[in-house]
Design a protein around this ligand. Sequence first.
Ligand code: PLP
Length: 411
Amino acid sequence: MTQTPPQHTPITQFPVKDNQLIIGGIALSRLAQRVGNTPFYAYDRSVMTRRVAELRRQMPPDLKIHYAMKANPMPAVVQHMADIVDGFDLASAGEMKVALDTTMPVEHISMAGPGKRTAELSQAIAAGITIHVESFHELETIAQLSEQSGIQACVAVRINPAFELKASGMKMGGGPKQFGIDEELLPEALKLIRTLGLDFQGFHIYSGSQNLKAEAIIEAQQKSIALAVQLSEHCPCPIKKLNIGGGYGIPYFPGDAPLDTQAVGNALAQPMADFKTAMPEAEVIIELGRYLVGEAGIYVCEVLDKKISRGQSYLIVNGGLHHHLAASGNFGQVIRKNYPVAIGNKMHGKDLETVSIVGPLCTPLDILADKMQLPKAEIGDLVVVYQSGAYGYTASPNKFLSQPDAMEVLV
Ligand SMILES: *Cc1c(COP(=O)(O)O)cnc(C)c1O
């Protein structure tokens, strides 16, 4: 028996009709005409809505689902998320502006991040959002600003736990970290919050990103709840909010299997019920970025040229790493792997060829697909990069080589 190489998880979130990928109910070629130029990002709101609805069915019913805006801060996307999630987590005053322009109530908005500027803290206090405090210095600054403005600041403490989120694409807790206050120092931090007279909301424990292993997430969530219970005796008042993070990943590369979110939800039910019994006033929150929006987006560019170099076929497209750093393999990947890619106007093409798809930049790093088997494409065809709804455009160096900007549309 020959072993088949690992394949990409099939893309099922978008229909295909008459050889065209359909996004937001519109055939891709028609959408490209509507947008007016390529490259562009398109985000399908129905895919986000379905994802949140499905997640709510799988998670305990009283679990709050927050959207971590940095995954995709496009204002139209954020307003759409405001209608379907329970809150926002943001990471800068820039994101705060977008969040406050939506209909999301401020009580359900929080801000985290190491190194918040004084101006940002003062804006957050005036807005009335919950600040996730990440250091003692920050705590003192918040207290001063509170006193100056006469507005009591709402704070939660971001904890750098002693445990790690295992098997995570990016670890953000455990060991020495720039994020949060070390677990051991929490009693001292809580005492200071009491002394300073700040409005204490609860805890935030975020340990990592892009995790596809249900067991690892289950373990981190259980440990986070246990840690909050253990620290509760030091709190100046009962915990109102416990944000246990997220890190739910999506499949990008050959061999990646989707996260078993049903297993995560099932395992969370009992610890959460126990926590609610001990702390009936507290709401338990998960915060997700990528998982909510990542699969809803595509990046679309156009074939400008086609050539063969010493036997290898290249499609040269008008987009690349300046718009989509992650798909080029340069955003935290150790070994470059291909994102799932399609020829969006030749979805059923039977005549296949092995091609590399490269961008217009003068660097060999500008590559969107390395030797993939795809339907034969010609100049003018539309290359689609899937799984592009999160950490796409705003996570890319779009000034590099002074290429035109990409458009973003929500359909
Ligand atoms: C980045 C980040 C998130 C979102 O991570 P995803 O992997 O996109 O779900 C959530 N919370 C915090 C504190 C973050 O820094």
